[in-house]
Design a protein around this ligand. Structure first.
Ligand SMILES: [Zn+2]
Length: 240
């Protein structure tokens, strides 16, 4: 199905797409007003003295990537939002706890990192609830934001997210840092080009579901990104 037709259908979601059992990308949800890519208060932040962006990290916690990223954030006095995967949280709850203790926000990326359209409603119900419980057990925080693996919902999973009171969150800027050929320099360039106050930035602090050791390139890019934010007088917020 062409992108234009899918987009047109997405404008009438969830009912229309649900009837046709279409997968729903976050882009389509954003077009329909369901998944913001910028901070809801970005206009007031931009008008005030402090301009902000939200850095988000997907796919952790990771035994090497998450501590590396946390250390860089701490060195720069920056905060971020971590979209955690439940199956990783249960393996290392102390890292999820450390994220919160260091002043960052946690959000739900799912229990398993499997594309929603390939899963049944029953599987998705279990995934949302197990993922939320894993984060709550490890951190004491109930996530309010959700981002599906690969940025794609199924009609059933979008309905579940809404039933659970979870807000889908998109991004305005990404480093495409999951790729094998990404370098710290081009991750940085992609993130900062066209960046505006209020934007949500997508990065990954784990290589569980992407190119091997991709988190090392993200961690190497992060000091450059933070220095550029600093020189653009953009502060970071832990959006939750
Ligand atoms: Zn992911």
């Amino acid at each position: 199905m062409s992108h234009v037709i899918r987009l047109a259908l997405a404008m009438h979601i969830p009912a229309c797409a649900r009837a046709l059992k279409l997968p729903l990308t976050l882009d389509e949800l954003a077009a329909a007003g369901f998944a913001p890519a910028t901070l809801p208060n970005s206009r007031s932040a931009a008008e005030g003295t402090g301009q902000v962006v939200a850095i988000t990290f997907d796919d952790g916690p990771h035994p090497e990537g998450t501590p590396q990223v946390l250390e860089v954030l701490a060195e720069h006095g920056a905060t971020a939002t971590f979209f955690l995967v439940g199956e990783q949280v249960v393996k290392r709850p102390e890292l999820a706890q450390r994220i919160v203790q260091e002043g960052h926000a946690v959000a739900l990326h799912g229990y398993r990192h499997i594309a929603h359209p390939s899963r049944s409603r029953k599987q998705m119900l279990e995934d949302f609830d197990r993922g939320t419980a894993a984060i709550e057990d490890a951190t004491g925080v109930t996530p309010r934001l959700h981002r599906p693996p690969y940025g794609v919902y199924s009609p059933a999973s979008l309905r579940i997210a809404r039933e659970r009171g979870l807000q889908p969150l998109l991004w305005a800027s990404w480093g495409r840092d999951w790729r094998k050929l990404a370098t710290p320099e081009d991750i940085t360039a992609r993130v900062v080009s066209h960046l505006r106050a209020g934007d949500v930035i997508l990065l990954h602090d784990a290589d569980f579901y992407s190119a091997v050791r991709s988190h090392r390139r993200t961690a190497a890019a992060l000091p450059m990104i933070l220095r550029m934010l600093q020189s653009a007088e953009l502060a970071t917020v832990a959006y939750a």
